[in-house]
Design a protein around this ligand. Structure first.
Ligand SMILES: [Zn+2]
Length: 510
């Protein structure tokens, strides 16, 4: 494939900042090659097919050089200078996929390619190589994902002359799998966009700005985006959603996104994403330490927007509708008070015991509205509970599902994408904790102790008609600063598990 440049477009209220990551850091070309670990105890080097040919083009000098320091482990990359047609060659370790434990439930071959592509790109970037070409590593899609996710840095608001110029990354000439590379490229770019949406400070990513940003980005991919206002939500009786906006001056929005690929079903798949652009907790105010992280409480919304963006670019033959309630949760004299009772779109009354459990209040109405389209199934995704991080840590999203087939499919999708999911329970016990009250239908907090993610899911279930298969993804654990996935980086917002959603939706069948 030809030299590919990446453009990041971030649109703000009054300006359009276009940043081009080009080859200006140095016009030197670098190449990433792959080498497998061998288990024969002889420290033999096993090249990929592409790397084997490259070694032959150097009359075997590359192999000689590698052997001086011995095998290259998975996750490591070594740079060799002036060998062959590229001034710099990073040889990245692909490890041995069979070493992945079955219980890790991951496609190890793909994951090792992502890790290797990422380590090669990072090693060459550290040497200020401006144009990096990556061989296919025998799985060009995974190679592109690893390379793209590693080639990311959030620096939108730093002085231009202090910003780090990122290299241009492309598939190496003569490598196999240009179509697969393109798919991985689309996924990596979409996830990086979700990361930017999540990372951007809340004053520069209000519901209005988020809406404009999504509208302009998705328009480029021929996706229809309708931005509904508060009057529309009021008319639809979304009073649970609107109750969360009582304490802020920022206008709430509700996005309705439609993508219908060629050859798709008549019934849509409904995706619902939580879009709280800043969550202070409201009157039930959060502690101030790390409260800034709550700028990413719209991670579910970012996942839905980026998933549909990727599906549209991939021209996936699916019919998807996205529903995104967007608002701020702030305390003020007009804010919702603990103990207030509000009515959702389906008429159910909810006691707002804790104004910091606001995600479920906005999702309740969005789920009701999504149901009116009689979808094939509904998937909602949200940074819903801190409890999911307590349960599962920062490496996997929790999934609750009323449909076993859908669970099995998203579980398999997570193994393929490297961004895994884990099933959580929807026991009647949790529903009783939310619904067993004398004065109103539901409380937004569970009665018992613990199980906060499960009671939150039980709450949401009350807003989906029983005949519509439903799945809830609690992504709060993988929102940011994850320690498990080197190629996505250990710091900052992640945009996870977007690639799993794309993989799942292209195959989903309840
Ligand atoms: Zn909250």
């Amino acid at each position: 494939m030809a030299f590919v440049r990446s453009y990041l477009l971030v649109r703000f209220k009054n300006s359009v900042l276009t940043q081009r990551f080009s080859s200006s850091m140095s016009d030197k070309r670098g190449l990433v090659l792959g080498v497998y670990s061998t288990d024969d105890g002889k420290d033999d080097v096993k090249f990929t097919k592409f790397a084997q040919k490259y070694n032959e083009s150097t009359a075997g000098k590359l192999l000689e050089q590698i052997k001086i320091c011995g095998p290259i482990k998975c996750g490591q990359a070594r740079i060799y200078w002036d060998l062959g047609t590229y001034p710099a060659v990073a040889v990245a370790g692909l490890g041995d996929a069979s070493k992945w434990d079955e219980l890790d439930e991951i496609n190890g071959a793909k994951e090792n390619v992502r890790i290797a592509a990422s380590s090669g790109v990072k090693a060459l970037t550290a040497c200020k190589i401006g144009r990096i070409e990556v061989e296919d590593l025998e799985d060009a899609k995974a190679a592109a994902e690893g390379a793209l996710l590693a080639n990311y840095k959030f620096q939108e608001f730093k002085a231009k002359d202090k910003q780090t110029t990122l290299p241009a990354v492309s598939l190496a000439e003569n490598a196999d799998g240009s179509e697969q590379w393109e798919q991985g490229w689309i996924l990596g770019q979409a996830q990086n966009w979700a990361r930017i949406l999540m990372e951007t400070p809340a004053n520069l990513m209000t519901p209005s700005i988020f809406s404009e940003n999504v509208k302009s980005k998705l328009a480029c991919a021929n996706v229809d985006v309708q931005v509904h206002d508060e009057a529309w939500a009021k008319e639809k009786k979304m009073n649970s959603f609107l109750s969360v906006t009582n304490g802020t001056k920022e206008a709430a929005k509700f996005l309705e996104i439609t993508y219908k690929g060629e050859g798709s079903d008549d019934k849509c798949i409904a995706l619902v994403g939580k879009g709280v652009t800043f969550d202070s907790g409201g009157i039930s105010l959060k502690p101030s330490a790390s409260m800034d992280q709550m700028r990413a409480d719209m991670g579910g919304a970012a996942n839905v927007a980026a998933t549909i963006f990727a599906l549209a670019q991939l021209k996936a033959p699916v019919f998807v509708k996205g529903f995104i309630p967007l608002c701020e949760n702030m305390p003020s004299g007009t804010a919702t008070k603990p103990g207030d009772v509000v009515f959702a779109m389906n008429g159910k009354s909810i006691c707002v015991d804790n104004t910091d459990a606001e995600g479920r209040l906005i999702l309740a109405d969005a789920l009701c509205y999504a149901s009116t389209f009689n979808p094939k199934f509904i998937l909602d995704i949200a940074t819903l509970t801190g409890a999911i991080k307590v349960a599962l840590g920062d490496c996997v999203a929790g999934v609750f599902s009323t449909n076993n087939a859908l669970w099995n499919q998203i579980h398999a999708a997570g193994s393929e994408s490297g961004d895994r999911v884990w099933r959580m329970p929807l026991f009647k016990h949790y529903s009783e904790q939310m619904c067993d009250h004398s004065g109103y239908d539901l409380n937004n907090l569970g009665k018992g102790k613990g199980g906060g993610s499960c009671t939150a899911a039980a709450f949401l279930r009350e807003f989906v008609p029983k005949d519509i298969p439903w799945m809830h993804v609690d992504m709060a654990g993988v929102m940011g600063d994850c320690s498990d996935q080197g190629y996505t980086g250990a710091k900052g917002m992640t945009g996870r598990p977007m690639r799993t959603l794309v993989e799942f939706i292209t195959k989903a069948n309840p």
